[in-house]
Design a protein around this ligand. Sequence first.
Ligand code: B12
Ligand code: SF4
Ligand code: SF4
Length: 391
Amino acid sequence: MNEPVSSRPSSGTHVGEPDSSLEDELLSVGDIDGVAAIGICGVEPLTQSLEIIEKRKDAGLHGGMNFTYRNPVRSTDPRTGLPSAQSAIVVAHSYSPATSEASDADSARVARYAAQDAYRRLRDVLDLIRSKLTARGYRGVPVADSNALVDRAMAHRAGLGWFGKNTNLLVPGVGSWVVLGTVLTDAKLTKSTRDQLAQNQSAQDQSAGQCGRCDRCLTECPTGALIEPGVLDAGRCLSWLLQIEGSFPRQFREALGDRIYGCDDCQEVCPPNRSAPEVVIELSSTGSRVNLEWLLTAGDSELMAEVGGWYIPNREPRYVRRNALVVLGNSGRSDKPAVDLVRAYLESPDTMLVEHAAWTARRLGLFELLELPDFRDHPAVKAELAFRDPR
Ligand code: B12
Ligand code: SF4
Ligand code: SF4
């Protein structure tokens, strides 16, 4: 059980007439197992986040992402979710730092937040907060991982933690193995004192204070996506590259390793995460490893029934198969089932998949397959055979 970060402060700023017994009741949700931190804050626009998002967009660091980049003004105005909002209750819910099944060359790895039903547990807690509000005649609108609000900035404003150099929000004593969500309400609640602190300090200062001289996430990121403390180039981040349309960029295919969804490296190396609590959360439909042969042979509806909770470009299963082909290429396998899979994809009517299958064949050293008369004249195979690695 964790202490709520923001129990009702004695010197908080009051908005109108705060309902203090309601605050106590809401903050008591922090006693629920798995809730790492809870806080209350105001709903003024997140002007600093707006500036940062626009600056990164201008610099091309969004790598084509939409999410909060689609309409940054809306995503940084908490009142987008509830125009009559007066306050926000923000929750960080832990997920387990250790769920991974032993790795093997037959399967692909799912990041921890997606291997567990972390968002379902978070949403249950947000719903509980909403029901406490409605029981008192107020409105409550839960928002989590949607394009309507920048969750980390709200959590920071509510005093839940600091922005790490890996851009994640770290809860003191818990770390970053948390998912974040907010309930917007028209109730006037006392703000946390950290809200004031957050407004007076730049993100840079706060990071330097709490991460100290550590820079492990920057140096250990497999693609160098953290280009400066707190600055992510999405065009290099494996977690995003798994979600983009078109080809998986060739220069990052080897670095993808066995990841099929998400990437945890910048959290796994993070020293504060060593104190993360063990939280028992049901596994999601995929769990932490998914069989590669199944990924590459399942029909569209079967595949989407299992992995439909993932962000998949245009909801097109071919992108899951594209990613699985890259993982197969990195598996080091040359057994018959693996060769048969590559062969089947070289026969695909989908040129993007043939292109990836040709890369996979080459990576696995299956040149004789690419040279077969059936395949060697395909433009994607020809291009693969002609490719000279500039490294
Ligand atoms: C787009 C998105 C992504 C993108 C881009 C992430 C990014 N860092 O920009 C991709 C697909 C890569 C991604 C990956 C992941 N994501 Co994501 N993602 C989002 C989403 C939808 C929007 C984030 C956003 O607006 N980014 C815009 C940029 C400008 O904001 P930012 O990077 O967070 O920057 C803030 C701070 O870093 C700080 N800051 C700015 N400058 C500086 C400078 C310094 C020095 C410092 C220290 C800080 C700092 O201010 C910024 C603005 O608030 C949110 C959900 C939501 N609606 O908010 C989830 C969210 C951020 N993701 C989450 C998770 C769990 C992940 C992954 C761990 C999943 C995984 N295992 O693969 C990785 C982590 C990768 C990483 N290092 O960020 C959680 C984060 C939880 C936490 N503890 O922070 C969120 C909040 C979802 C949720 N509701 O829980 N994600
Ligand atoms: S999620 Fe992976 S690729 Fe992205 S910044 Fe973190 S370590 Fe790098
Ligand atoms: S690895 Fe080090 S620098 Fe990176 S977020 Fe964790 S403590 Fe901060």
